[in-house]
Design a binder for this molecule. Structure first.
Ligand code: COA
Length: 176
């Protein structure tokens, strides 16, 4: 498997992967919006290939925390095509993304996802750390809002609210 950063010419392939992963157009459209959303820059977009077939994609987009100058990113979306799921592709994309962001000086990554999946990378409850999601998340899903500190010396020092790209500032996206 090869993982590489994407360019503008990869848009069709990225959208195909996200559509195949989620089985709907919604995440593919959100990904396309984010890739051209200036408020989402800087961003990190990684495609995984096997035998020249695109099999997985992950996007990290610029974010921040109110009252703090820490450098934050949001991980969303992450998708692996159906026939290649549960073979380590998603984990390889997330791990590579974390490495690149750590090396480039990112302090914090947040994600809204399954704790059973993201705990393996070190993500933990963001609410417990005082980082509120951009929109309220239902109480029984609160554990799905998670953070990973890449630079524990430069994190928000008090309770804060996460702010992300304009394309993600839609309460509907934070309900599931
Ligand atoms: C979720 C997804 C990205 C995981 O990537 P993957 O390459 O299939 O999974 P990996 O091989 O990296 O990891 C497999 C492990 O993750 C677990 N896992 C996979 N999907 C999971 C989920 N939604 N919730 C919890 N655990 C999950 C598997 O049980 C397996 O656990 P094990 O290592 O303890 O056996 C991929 O299955 C996918 O694209 N699913 C559809 C889209 C989606 O739901 N994306 C949301 C990401 S928040």
């Amino acid at each position: 498997m090869v993982i590489r950063e994407t360019g503008a010419y990869d848009l069709r392939e990225i959208m195909d992967v996200q559509q195949a992963a989620f089985g709907s157009e919604e995440e593919a459209r959100l990904t396309a919006d984010l890739l051209e959303d200036e408020s989402a820059f800087p961003q990190l977009s990684l495609l995984a290939y096997d035998d020249e077939q695109a099999i997985g994609h992950v996007l990290f987009t610029a974010a921040g925390c109110t009252g703090s100058d820490c450098s934050a990113m949001l991980l969303a979306p992450l998708g692996v095509i159906g026939q290649r799921q549960l073979q380590g592709v998603g984990a390889a994309l997330v791990t590579r993304g974390i490495e690149i962001l750590r090396d480039s000086g990112t302090d914090l990554i947040c994600v809204l996802g399954s704790p059973g999946y993201y705990h393996r990378f070190g993500f933990r409850s963001a609410y417990t750390a005082g980082i509120a999601a951009p929109y309220p998340i239902e109480e029984d899903l609160a554990d799905a809002w998670m953070y990973l500190a890449l630079n524990p010396d430069h994190l928000p020092t008090g309770p804060c609210t996460f702010r992300c790209a304009r394309s993600l500032m839609d309460p509907k996206l934070w309900r599931e």
